[in-house]
Design a protein around this ligand. Structure first.
Ligand code: SIN
Length: 226
């Protein structure tokens, strides 16, 4: 059953690193989704999973009817390339699965300060309806905050062929760690909650292939030096 509830709790929706590493105090977490948006590895990261001049790629959300999403025909985002907007469910009912966190009023100011800092490289807070799954199997709608990096922020990279996205991620590393870890942790968490995201899973597989090729290449050149 779907119910619409509103009270003083602060709800935050995570769809990227906030899914597996919230790192803020919360009273409760639950699988959730938002309608009308799709998740893409189209945001550059120079402060967490890359560095200036060698940005990594992290996720942002785009409205499912955005022209660059509608232009996708497969291959991770480039025109001509899987997963397409249709593969996410568009134009029927696109939804982005993630995790909703309920933050108590005693923590909300500090949590927002730290998230504003963590997501400062291009992300803005917006308020959306979250569909939150309850333990009884039903769901409820709450207003919640979501950090989204829009196409006009200076770190935005936009679509690229899947192989290009994977190569960039495979070789990127930043202050928060290696970029592939971000992809693998997100994909693992989505699978754990039974959520499906063809774009994330396609990028995960392509990054695994690119990383394998890179380490095979490295051990071959190591052997040839001996
Ligand atoms: C999020 O996880 O909701 C925002 C993007 C990120 O920090 O990876």
């Amino acid at each position: 059953m779907l119910s619409r509830v509103s009270d003083d709790s602060l709800w935050i929706f995570g769809y990227g690193s906030l899914v597996w590493r919230p790192a803020f105090p919360h009273r409760r977490r639950a699988p959730a989704s938002i309608s009308g948006y799709v998740r893409r590895f189209w945001q550059g990261s120079t402060d967490h999973r890359g560095v200036p001049g060698r940005p990594g790629r992290v996720v942002t959300l785009l409205p499912a009817d955005h022209h660059s999403v509608r232009a996708e025909t497969g291959d991770g985002g480039a025109p001509g390339a899987i997963p397409s907007a249709e593969a996410d469910g568009w134009p029927g009912d696109p939804t982005c699965p993630g995790t909703a966190y309920e933050v108590g009023p005693e923590d909300s100011a500090q949590v927002l300060r730290s998230l504003d800092h963590r997501e400062r490289a291009g992300y803005e807070r917006i308020e959306l309806d979250l569909e939150i799954r309850s333990e009884s199997g039903g769901s409820e709608i709450r207003r919640g905050l979501v950090y989204i990096a829009g196409p006009r922020n200076e770190s935005y990279l936009g679509p690229a062929p899947l192989a290009e996205i994977a190569l960039q991620i495979a070789s990127a590393v930043g202050p928060s760690g290696a970029n592939p870890e971000y992809v693998f942790e997100l994909a693992r968490s989505l699978r754990e909650m039974g959520a499906h995201d063809p774009h994330v899973f396609a990028v995960e597989a392509a990054v695994a292939r690119a990383s394998r090729r890179a380490s095979q290449g490295a051990s071959q050149s190591e052997r040839s030096r001996r």
